[in-house]
Design a protein around this ligand. Structure first.
Ligand SMILES: [Fe+2]
Length: 348
């Protein structure tokens, strides 16, 4: 049904693409309106929007503040438990599967209730080690991908386990190599490349841990063109968990501040993943990931490589890393046709 712009409430779902006078798409069908987007539409002279009536009757406007507080609580809780888990593994203790189950339960709750998953993760300020945070983020993102790929519930849970455990082999590698601020020597790089096998060996002694979890750990650095390690496997000989964890791993690693470089914006990473999906990363897994991770950025303000700022108003489904940006009332940039890139997200 058509609803006047003044009667729209946050939480309403757009039923048909919203177009400008010139026919360009402003918002696509299925976008959930926020207060920010409704105000933007008003500013752009849109008077009526076709909305999904089924959604109007059923839904309550989302309480964004509450969502953020709940997410932050659960994320911090998971982080403490992940630190405990990795500490016990580092001390050579037999880690508790109960602890792993507890983390996965909270991660599943996060996945059920959080829409802008990556925006929420990016906003977390933590004092923990890189490995603790990275392990948790890869567990969360892998679980999210399991959902988007419509895996069974049990598989999603095991994928979260595998994501959290994917780098435990690094606990066997000297900190002086792992934390080295400068470029690694060939020898040191070879040492780091042993971590998937170390991780696999640490889990293989536990018969209660299922095979797909250990194979995910073993194969997360394999690449579909055979360029990865430890075995140089190609295409479908790489376990699905390994392919999923690989995408989550690349995305989180590029998003983090490392000693030797600044973190990248999600759109630059999306561009890298998009390029890699034609060679090293699995194309189907990468596509599903990019479609889902970038769509929540509609409505956010971004900084462009030429210094200008603007609002994301449309994510191109075929080119998720090059959205349409509104610079001001008269200037719209379709980044598919421009040389400028998004270098940062100014508001989330
Ligand atoms: Fe790794």
């Amino acid at each position: 049904m058509w609803v006047k712009i003044s009667d729209l409430t946050p939480g309403t779902k757009v039923g048909k693409d919203i177009l400008t006078k010139h026919g360009s798409i402003l918002l696509t069908q299925g976008t959930v309106l926020t207060e920010y987007l409704i105000n933007r539409l008003k500013e752009m002279g849109i008077t009526e929007v076709f909305v999904e009536t089924e959604f109007l009757q059923k839904s309550e406007p989302p309480n964004e503040r509450e969502d953020v507080i709940t997410f932050n609580d659960k994320y911090q809780q998971c982080l403490i438990l992940t630190s405990q888990l990795l500490d016990s593994i580092e001390e050579g203790k037999k880690f508790s599967l109960e602890l792993l189950r507890e983390i996965a339960c909270i991660v599943l709750e996060i996945l059920r209730n959080t829409t802008n998953l990556w925006g929420r993760i990016l906003n977390q300020r933590t004092e923990t080690t890189y490995l603790n945070k990275h392990s948790l983020n890869v567990g969360i993102l892998s679980g999210a991908m399991g959902k988007w790929l419509e895996l069974k519930d049990g598989e999603i849970r095991r994928l979260i386990y595998s994501g959290i455990l994917h780098d435990i082999g690094k606990l066997k590698i000297s900190k002086s190599i792992l934390d080295k601020p400068s470029k690694l020597t060939e020898e040191e790089f070879k040492e780091i490349q042993k971590h998937p096998v170390f991780g696999f060996q640490m889990l293989a002694t536990r018969p209660e841990i299922s095979k797909d979890i250990t194979l995910g750990v073993l194969s997360h650095h394999e690449r579909v063109d055979g360029s990865g390690y430890p075995h140089g496997l190609k295409g479908d000989s790489i376990h699905l968990f390994g392919k999923i964890i690989a995408v989550a791993d690349v995305f989180d690693a590029m998003s983090s501040n490392k000693t030797y470089r600044e973190k990248h914006s999600p759109f630059i990473i999306a561009e890298e993943i998009s390029k890699s999906s034609f060679g090293t990363l699995d194309p189907k897994v990468s596509r599903i990931f990019l479609d889902n991770i970038t769509r929540f950025y509609v409505g956010n303000k971004v900084l462009l490589s030429d210094g200008r700022t603007g609002d994301i108003i449309y994510i191109n489904p075929s080119d998720t890393h090059r959205p349409v940006i509104k610079i001001n009332d008269n200037t719209f940039l379709d980044l598919r046709k421009e040389k400028v890139r998004i270098v940062d997200i100014v508001s989330l």
